[in-house]
Every structure is written in structure tokens, then in C-alpha cells.
Design a protein around this ligand. Structure first.
Ligand code: AMP
Length: 194
């Protein structure tokens, strides 16, 4: 069992369509607040990211935003978070978000979300960490990604064990139990390389 006191969530800077994506972000935010788990996220106030952070704050929970200086204007830095960390690059943002969290949840999102999710998965493939990761497959959103992973494995470009680098759940309320069910993270993993 992994003890989860903070999680990073990657999700869209737009709401996407159908509205089930937005409802999922709000539901996850309420769950985190109710469980006293700190949200670590990209620090913006737009799209699913903003809806998620608002739901945590509305529920009385704690939110740490991590945003690169140059995005402060575009993603409309969310000023009412518990802590806002301004970093100097996208890479620093991903690394900082990841360092601060005990695990990672990925909701639907765009290319930025894909980049973030794939980078954290590849860090795990390289054994730079073994933090648990959960993809929430709202309305089958992640099916094309899962098919691509199968194509990569089928094409001989990845070991079949890569399927075990992340867990897929269908509903937001399964995400925290899935993270907690992961084995305790291995302290020998070299996170100093991140
Ligand atoms: P998106 O999923 O494209 O709406 O973006 C979600 C979040 O990912 C936003 O905070 C973006 O700033 C961020 N993002 C966009 N592109 C990248 C990238 N290349 N690397 C890391 N994060 C990104």
C-alpha cells in the first residue's frame, strides 16, 4: 500500500467535450479535499485544471500550483491557491510537480497533458522513480493512447511490462484506491536523476 498525502494531476487547459470531463475534474477535486490529500497541479485557472483546483479549494482542501513564468499570463495564474511556485521552464514545472507528489493521476487533456503523462511514464520505464500512476479513462478517452501503447509493444519497441507502468480506471472514484493499492515506492530508486 502506498501512503498518499499529495498527488499531481495532469489534465487539460480546456474543458473538452463531453461535459463528463469537467464533472470528473470537479468530482476528483471534491474527493481530494474530503480525503485531506494535497493537489499539486499546473497552477492555471483555465479549463479542467482550473475546475479541479476550484473544487479542491471549495471543499476546504490544499492546492499547490507550479507554473512557469512565461505561462503566468496565458494560463491565468490562479492566485487563490494555497501555494504557488513559479519556475523558469516547462521541464522544471513537470519535475517540481512530480517531486512534490506521492503519485500521479491523469485526466483527459490535450497535447500538454499527453506530454506530461508520457514523460512521467518514461521516467518510470527508466527506473528513475516508481511512483504510482493512474489514467482515468472517462468515456473511453484514453482508448486511442492504450491502442498506441499496444502497437508499440506489438511492434517490438517496448517490453510488454510497460503495460504495468500505469493503471487504468474508468471512474474518478477508483483513482485514489488504485494509487493506494500500488506497492510502497522503492526508496532505492534514483529520483535524484530527475
Ligand atoms: P493541454 O493538455 O495541452 O491543455 O495542456 C495541459 C497543461 O500542460 C497546461 O498547463 C500546459 O501548459 C501544459 N503543457 C503544454 N505543453 C507542454 C509541454 N510541452 N510540456 C509540458 N507541459 C505542457
Amino acid at each position: 500500500m502506498t501512503t498518499i498525502s499529495a498527488i499531481s494531476v495532469f489534465c487539460g487547459s480546456r474543458f473538452g467535450d463531453p461535459p463528463a470531463y469537467r464533472r470528473a475534474a470537479e468530482e476528483l477535486g471534491a474527493l481530494l479535499a474530503a480525503r485531506g490529500i494535497r493537489l499539486v497541479y499546473g497552477g492555471g485557472s483555465i479549463g479542467l485544471m482550473g475546475a479541479l483546483a476550484d473544487a479542491v479549494l471549495d471543499g476546504g482542501g490544499r492546492v499547490t500550483g507550479v507554473i512557469p513564468e512565461f505561462l503566468v499570463k496565458h494560463e491565468v495564474e490562479k492566485r487563490d491557491v494555497t501555494d504557488l511556485i513559479v519556475v523558469d521552464s516547462m521541464h522544471a514545472r513537470k519535475t517540481r510537480m512530480f517531486e512534490l507528489a506521492d503519485g500521479c493521476i491523469v485526466l483527459p487533456g490535450g497535447l500538454g497533458t499527453l506530454d506530461e503523462a508520457i514523460e512521467v511514464i518514461t521516467w518510470k520505464q527508466l527506473r528513475l522513480h516508481d511512483k504510482p500512476m493512474v489514467l482515468v479513462n472517462i468515456d473511453g478517452f484514453w482508448e486511442p493512447f492504450l491502442a498506441l501503447v499496444e502497437a508499440v509493444v506489438g511492434g517490438g519497441f517496448a517490453h510488454p511490462a510497460v503495460r504495468g507502468l500505469f493503471t487504468v480506471v474508468d471512474h474518478v472514484d477508483q483513482a485514489l484506491p488504485a494509487l493506494e493499492a500500488a506497492p510502497e515506492t522503492n526508496p532505492e530508486v534514483l529520483t535524484s536523476h530527475l
